[in-house]
Design a protein around this ligand. Structure first.
Ligand code: BGC
Length: 766
């Protein structure tokens, strides 16, 4: 089926293969087969764009607003648009008969391969094979290649291969389609076509150069026109290779875009397909070296996990700065490309543990918007800095305030008004990054400022309840969005308290270690020691709702008075089936996603296992997993309390969430948070790796099936290679000097782990 590319493909454990043409899977596959290099990303469309396809080409950080309620990621012209017409019929899965059809995503090498066998109205067959990639080696380059064979008769075929500028953002019901760009320049330089479009409101320029090369037998040539005819004799094959280069005014000055596009494409043409592909694959292999996970005894799960990691790898690029990852990454228009807490809490740990440079870039995205966060706080009458619940390019609040549903009803969206925990989530990510990397420079230049300004925000956000002698945070929405505008949400209050505590603590630490540098920061933001003393005094007064009787945190004040419904039935994915006829979840104790469970994970050091267990048991029965963020976190939590097989069931759901379209909305884009959540479930859950302030902890609980799990992580500038077996852990860090050691708590004992040595630790029974 794909004979031209068979030799290139990686072993099966690296391939996501989908056989057969199925219209109802079209958009789902476009999402899972997306390609990207952190600069440009493209949904895995079929090149002929059959009716019903949703093309998506996204450049990191290119947002626009025209015609939309709020700013959104621009769906840009689609380069991978390619049409062959044979005797008036389009070579298309919808137009002709398709007898065989296979698509393969090679995750190891980041390319997408396809083979289709078409039959036209005369019962003549055509073989179509293609490959494409967005280069991992040079982010400004992409390539696609097609082999087309007329199997049964002579035909004159027509090729049409222009960059598709008819693309629009799809828009919601009330907005309709939205075009965010107009054509700015179309020119030719010899056989190279150049297109530049300009976004309407923010006036970004996006430049594309493209070049087509045709090979038939021993001759090859490059046509001057975008529509071109070729004569194919029976059994004859032609090879069509298309090269692209891209630059935008976000990365180079406007007047340089064209010349950079042209010089880059000339170089790519000179290198040719094979060299470009080899370099691209080599760059991918390097990436995988840092983050591949091998699970012995569970091949399907290992492959599924790779798929999740693959999508985290295509979302970012270390050289693309000042951007972050949207809730659907760069694989669809869902959530308009907006950035949520999904990035800091779910995705960031993966990057911190495997590619800290990228983690820092993601935190820099927030730091660069700290001034806007200050304005956000001031606008609402608070101090310090307040990050938006939904963020795009400017750092302003981008949550739409309403939408119209399919029944024509206007629905208010209140998350932007109340979901304030995002501010402490960003602060948490800063500190977590610092513990894992010891990046003092980042702390002194950016991190401390974020921690101090967010602490200031929380201090001003708390209100004193004189009667009850406590500090409260009123009118918030926690992670459980079924209950909005509540008072004293446990997650929010605990994270806010943590923010005050941590800001106070780092102030003391840095004051001792770097007094001059700290002075500069405090001078800049006018922070005094007295103000930080004020934070300390407030910490014990922050109210945390708790039930002694149940020994659980109360999700928010008044939660226990809600209707006491519980989940009793589960579907085939082990998802709870809520009792019928519940019109208003808000009146019940049902939660959308982990809220209390989430905070017990994030602030895990502060709670013991017994307490975590009783909360898990209580909230598991009340969580409907209405958000894709939910199953992975339940997997982490269950594995920590020793419910390993239950944890494994949650993990299976989260690993397959997009592959099997469990939430039935993967066509809108990948569930980015779940990618990171799945990774955390494996590494922080089953492998039991946790970053403590003084040491790294490894306390595994492997599922029955797993014989061994093997992975690499970075810890305080060391690269560690870790193998976890049923009853032992083997750690090496070849990057250290001889004699270097680091303290790691393995199982229950803090051990010295030496560089360049075998370090094996056995599990003590009992
Ligand atoms: C979840 C949020 C999440 C958002 C974007 C919502 O459904 O409840 O926690 O941040 O989706 O993924």
């Amino acid at each position: 089926m794909i004979s031209h590319y068979d030799d290139l493909l990686s072993p099966k454990s690296w391939l996501i293969t989908r056989r057969g043409w199925a219209f109802d899977r079209l958009n789902h596959r476009e999402t899972i087969f997306a390609l990207g290099n952190g600069y440009i990303a493209s949904r895995g469309i079929l090149e002929e764009l059959p009716k019903g396809s949703i093309p998506g080409t996204f450049f990191a950080g290119i947002y626009d607003i025209t015609g939309a309620q709020v700013t959104e990621l621009v769906n840009a012209p689609n380069p991978f648009n390619f049409k062959i017409i044979v005797d008036g019929e389009k070579v298309d899965v919808m137009a002709m008969d398709v007898s065989d059809h296979v698509r393969v995503l090679d995750m190891k090498q980041g390319f997408l391969v396809r083979g289709s066998r078409f039959t036209n109205r005369h019962r003549h067959r055509f073989d179509y094979q293609s490959i494409r990639f967005t280069s991992q080696n040079n982010r400004h380059v992409a390539v696609m290649q097609i082999y087309f064979t007329s199997l049964d008769a002579d035909y004159e075929i027509t090729l049409e291969s222009e960059i598709d500028t008819s693309i629009t953002n799809r828009g919601l019901i009330t907005e309709g389609k939205k075009k965010h760009f107009h054509i700015y320049e179309v020119t030719k330089k010899g056989s190279i076509n150049y297109l530049c479009v300009k976004t309407l409101e923010k006036e970004y320029l996006l430049g594309y150069a493209s070049y087509l090369k045709i090979k038939k037998g021993k001759t090859s040539w490059s046509p001057h026109h975008r529509t071109y005819k070729i004569l194919l004799k029976k059994g004859e094959t032609c090879q069509i290779t298309k090269y692209f280069s891209f630059f935008t005014s976000k990365d180079v000055s406007s007047r340089m875009i064209k010349s950079r596009c042209l010089s880059t494409i000339r170089k790519a043409i000179g290198d040719g397909f094979d060299i470009l592909r080899q370099r691209h694959s080599a760059a991918w292999l390097k990436k995988w070296k840092a983050c591949n996970i091998e699970i012995e005894g569970d091949a399907p799960l290992e492959k599924g996990l790779r798929f999740n990691v693959y999508h985290m790898l295509i979302a970012v690029n270390k050289d693309v700065k000042d951007v972050s990852i949207g809730a659907k990454s760069v694989t669809g228009e869902g959530y308009r490309g907006h950035i949520f807490w999904d990035t800091e809490i779910f995705l960031l740990p993966f990057y911190i543990y495997t590619q800290p440079v990228i983690a820092k870039n993601l935190l820099m995205y927030r730091y660069n918007r700290l001034n806007q966060a200050r304005s956000n706080a001031a606008l609402r009458g608070y101090k310090g800095a307040m990050f938006p619940w939904e963020s795009a390019d400017s750092g302003k609040e981008e949550t739409p305030s309403w939408y119209k549903d399919e029944n024509g009803e206007i629905k208010r969206v209140t998350t932007g008004d109340f979901e304030h925990h995002i501010t402490s989530d960003v602060a948490y990510a800063v500190y977590y990054y610092f513990i894992m990397t010891q990046d003092f420079e980042f702390m002194l230049k950016q991190g401390l400022e974020i921690l101090f300004e967010t602490a200031r925000f929380w201090e001003s956000r708390m209100v004193w309840n004189k009667k009850k002698d406590r500090l409260e945070i009123r009118h918030v929405t926690g992670p459980d969005e079924y209950h909005d505008d509540v008072h004293n949400n446990a997650f929010t209050n605990l994270m806010a308290r943590w923010n005050l505590q941590t800001a106070y603590k780092v102030f003391r630490i840095f004051n001792k270690a770097f007094p001059e540098e700290l002075d500069k920061i405090t001078g800049k933001i006018k922070l005094t020691k007295k103000e930080t003393d004020g934070w300390r005094k407030k910490i014990p007064k922050v109210y945390i709702p708790y039930s002694k009787k149940e020994n659980v945190l109360e999700e928010f004040e008044g939660y226990f008075r809600k209707k006491r419904l519980r989940v009793v039935r589960y579907d085939k994915h082990n998802f709870p089936i809520p009792p019928r006829n519940i019109l208003d979840l808000e009146k019940t104790q049902f939660s959308k996603q982990p809220d209390v469970i989430m905070v017990l994970y994030l602030l895990g050091n502060k709670f013991d296992i017994k307490f975590k267990k009783s909360n898990f048991e209580f909230y598991e029965k009340r969580t409907l997993h209405g958000s894709s963020l939910s199953p992975s976190l339940f997997a982490v939590a269950a594995s920590e309390i020793g419910e390993t097989e239950k944890a494994y069931r949650f993990l299976t759901t989260s690993i397959n969430l997009d592959l099997k379209d469990i939430y039935r909305n993967t066509h809108e884009g990948i569930h980015a948070a779940n990618l990171g959540g799945s990774w955390q479930a494996v590494i922080n859950g089953f492998a039991g790796v946790r970053a403590k302030e003084e040491y790294l902890l490894i306390n595994p609980h492997l599922p029955l099936k797993w014989k061994k799990i093997q992975f690499c992580i970075k810890w305080c500038n060391y690269s560690l290679a870790i193998k976890v077996y049923k009853n032992k852990v083997d750690i090496s860090f070849p990057s250290g000097k001889k004699g270097d050691f680091i303290p790691i708590k393995v199982y229950r004992i803090v051990e010295k782990v030496y560089a360049n040595k075998k370090n094996i630790f056995y599990k003590q029974e009992g």
